[in-house]
Design a protein around this ligand. Structure first.
Ligand code: PLP
Length: 506
């Protein structure tokens, strides 16, 4: 296969020279089989060659410019040429995830079964808005398994959404609807009329930016967020939450929800969920837990019983399967304890979608689209379901425990190195900085920013950067079975080598 320039027509292809009249036919069985086999080989080549290549290399400038310049051609090209283009211009330039040196953001590599499930889901290509068909039942099973891990009684609802941001937006929309109803308002009909300026939301200093985005989208405004101070371990202080709630009550404010985080993105901190749940119970507040990153270990591993008890008391929970459950993007779960509240918030059934509610007829159980934002919904559940079936709870436990062990090893190596400083660490996040003896505190941020860039472009490791207690940090988040405890010190070695190779300031 030779690759044409990106996006260009292939002048030599039979399709581009002699188009038969009429619309192009979809493929026949032989063609589907032939191209499927090529794609299977590409998938296998891609996944198995990742560790041997650079952790990251940017797309070459000329390639990016050629892609920007190329227009959508009038004539198509054969699938072989499209696949060759993928191999030459797309596959070599991923963002690093899947490489054994990758520990940035919260991006896991996809389990290969999940990758293949994507093709199967797309082959079936149902809309999982609802109905009585297999994809609906698969999704209900996945949701039921997670509700079971929480020990929730019947009456909950849940669905797969694009990720933690969509899960949080969905949950907070329901919380807003409940808050409005309690104030005698109908937010679905009247928006925030009569409520504006009264609604408040509580979130920790370390809550994910998707909480702020949700507040903005929901018309609450980011100024409605009460930032609850953290303790030195970056966990929300329940006493401060109590204080803020009381003050707001006295001022006539109306609480939409408290958003706690089970595994913050920045430092991996788990908020004291049980104590926060008690504050919520005392004041009748909605508790949403953002477990996009940290819920899987809490739900599955020994050693998190207290957090698990707190999690179980949530009114809503976000868990990302595309993070620590190793599903391909996108796959987030939103779970709501009170399914009726979710349906009250979202149900809008036009005549052309109304069904008879007959579980055994084509209409099937109440549609997912009555419990969330999306109408036409993809078969996200298949990849998650296949992975859960294939790995079992035990397989997941062992994978997650290995990630935690690799993070512990990295933490140990940082703590034992005189030229590194540990800044914060929770779950599989390790925040640290390089601290050469000769360097004063004022130079450390700039130095570590330069180190981070050198590491990212160096091709052996890929970390993210962040700020911890006001200082710039190198941040590793290990949700990557390729990055083992044995390999973790090499990551630190790469950081040290890149730092040594930097031109000396002055
Ligand atoms: C704790 C937490 N919450 C929410 C999100 C947002 O999730 P998503 O990117 O899937 O929308 C992230 C993403 O990293 C996260 O770490």
């Amino acid at each position: 296969m030779t690759a044409p320039a990106p996006g260009s027509p292939d002048p030599g292809s039979p399709e581009s020279t002699a188009q038969p009249p009429g619309p192009p036919a979809f493929w026949d069985a032989a063609q589907i089989r032939r191209v499927s086999h090529q794609v299977a080989d590409l998938v296998a080549d891609y996944l198995t060659s990742l560790p041997g290549g650079p952790a990251y290399q940017p797309s070459p400038r000329a390639l990016v410019e050629a892609m920007r310049a190329a227009e959508w051609a009038e004539q198509g090209v054969p699938a072989d040429a499209v696949l060759a283009e993928f191999s030459a211009h797309v596959a070599p330039y991923p963002f690093g995830n899947g490489h054994p040196g990758f520990a940035a953001w919260v991006n896991s590599p996809p389990h290969p079964l999940g990758v293949l499930a994507e093709a199967l889901a797309a082959a079936m290509d149902p809309s999982v808005a609802g109905g009585n068909h297999a994809a609906v039942h698969v999704e209900h099973q996945v949701i039921r398994w997670f509700a079971g891990l929480l020990g929730w009684p019947a009456g909950y609802s849940g669905q797969l959404v694009s990720g933690g941001s969509a899960a949080t937006l969905t949950a907070l929309t329901v919380a807003r609807h409940r808050a409005a109803a309690r104030a005698g308002a109908d937010d679905r009909r009247d928006g925030l009329a009569g409520l504006s300026g009264r609604l408040v939301l509580y979130a920790g200093t370390e809550s994910h930016s998707c909480v702020t985005k949700a507040a903005e989208v929901l018309g609450l405004g980011s100024a409605s967020i009460r930032i609850v101070p953290s303790d030195p371990d970056h966990r929300m202080r329940p006493g401060e939450l109590e204080r803020l709630v009381r003050a707001d009550r006295a001022a006539g404010k109306l609480a939409v929800a408290v958003v706690a985080t089970a595994g913050t993105t920045n430092t991996g901190a788990i908020d004291p969920l049980g104590e926060i749940a008690s504050v919520c119970a005392r004041h009748g507040l909605w508790l949403h837990v953002d477990g996009a990153y940290g819920a899987p270990p809490i739900l599955l591993l020994d050693g998190y019983a207290a957090a698990r008890d707190g999690l179980a008391q949530a009114d809503s929970l976000a868990v990302d399967a595309h993070k620590w459950l190793y599903a391909p993007v996108d796959a987030g779960l939103v779970l709501l304890r009170d399914g009726g509240a979710a349906r009250d918030t979202f149900s809008l059934v036009p005549a052309y979608l109304r069904t008879d509610g007959d579980e055994d007829g084509p209409g099937g159980p109440v549609w997912f689209s009555e419990y969330g934002l999306e109408q036409t919904r993809p078969f996200r559940a298949l990849k998650v379901w296949m992975q859960l079936r294939h790995l079992g709870r035990d397989g997941y436990r062992r994978l997650i425990a290995a990630d935690l062990a690799a993070a512990a090893e990295l933490r140990r190596a940082v703590a034992e190195s005189a030229d590194f400083e540990l800044l914060a660490s929770g779950l599989s996040v390790v925040c640290f900085r390089h601290r050469p003896g000769r360097m004063g505190p004022a130079s450390l941020d700039g130095h570590n920013q330069a180190v981070l860039k050198a590491v990212q472009l160096g091709g052996r490791a890929f970390l993210a950067g962040t700020t911890v207690d006001g200082v710039f940090a190198l941040r590793a988040c290990i949700v990557n079975p390729g990055l083992t405890a044995a390999g973790a010190p090499a990551l630190l070695g790469d950081v040290r080598a890149r730092a040594a190779a930097l031109p000396r300031a002055g």
